[in-house]
Design a protein around this ligand. Structure first.
Ligand SMILES: Nc1ncnc2c1ncn2[C@@H]1O[C@H](COP(=O)(O)OP(=O)(O)OP(=O)(O)O)[C@@H](O)[C@H]1O
Length: 145
């Protein structure tokens, strides 16, 4: 017979840590993460320079709203992959500083994700910018000197 004074059964959710972080503080942590990514990672600084260059080229070529959306998504894809790669590298180094084949594999896979994202971003950039640049060249050639 079950005693009526037995404690209530715990649900799996009861074991989860209760987050006391306010939305405002969480936003601050995220901004700190972006700063650490851009300041501390050489690859992220390269992405930052490329992002600025791509935005400048897009503005110069006066691309359409749809093209802006595609370029923005392509840039975001690379930034998200780079952030995930950096986070995984730091986590792996903290949890297991010694060399381990699985850590190596995990880092290689994360780096592969960045490579795939960068490849797709380059393809989108070519699809958007090459026709625009060809158009600009054709207009310049056809205009009277
Ligand atoms: N702890 C480890 N155990 C086994 N192999 C590792 C380990 N750390 C790194 N490696 C191998 O060395 C490669 C480079 O790892 P590293 O942490 O130096 O990244 P990285 O080249 O600095 O990358 P990023 O430029 O993105 O920071 C990994 O992809 C992995 O193949």
């Amino acid at each position: 017979m079950v005693s009526s004074s037995s404690p209530p059964r715990e649900s799996p959710e009861d074991n989860l840590p209760q987050s006391k972080t306010s939305l405002f503080a969480a936003f601050g942590h995220a901004i700190r993460g972006v700063r650490k990514l851009v300041v501390g990672e050489r690859n992220a600084r390269v992405h930052a320079a490329l992002t600025v260059g791509v935005i400048a080229l897009s503005a110069l070529l006066r691309i359409s709203l749809t093209q802006w959306c595609l370029i923005a998504l392509a840039c975001c894809l690379v930034w998200i992959a780079e952030a995930a790669n950096t986070a995984l590298e730091r986590l792996a180094d903290a949890v297991h500083p010694e060399r381990h084949p699985l850590i190596g594999e995990a880092k290689d896979i994360a780096a592969g994700g960045v490579l795939i994202a960068a490849g797709i971003a380059i393809a989108i950039g070519l699809l958007v910018f090459v026709p625009e640049l060809l158009d600009l060249i054709a207009k310049n050639e056809s205009s009277p000197a």
